[in-house]
Ligand binder design. Sequence first.
Ligand SMILES: [Zn+2]
Length: 150
Amino acid sequence: MSRFTTHMYTALEEARAAAARGEVPVGAVLTDPAGRVVARAGNRTRELHDPTAHAEILAIRAACAAAGSDRLPGHVLWVTLEPCPMCATAISAARIARLIYGAADPKSGGVAQGPRIFAHPQAHHRPEVIDGICEPEAAALLREFFATRR
Ligand SMILES: [Zn+2]
């Protein structure tokens, strides 16, 4: 297991749990500078009637509340899918040090495509980005989920 996959399995578990709730299967894990898991979440937009309840936002909210801070310097966010522009903006605002994600999201991604939030001149903070970690597993979850909904 490489150091980039360590917590992606937990994020994938969260994504599977989200699918079981009828949510788009995306999972996220936040680790602190010591490498401890401080938050984990899956999408809950339908359950909470909240279009902002993406896995990343829920994990960032929980970690910030626990830390008593609106910033998470030195933290790493692991997500099964490329974050959307909203989540990428929140990641930047929280000063998260590194973003590790699985599958690319050509439809709604905002990191490597679309608005490319971190490359934008208005980005106040650019995390290190590592993509393609556990990509086959993350992409398969999404494919299966949307196949059963058609
Ligand atoms: Zn998002």
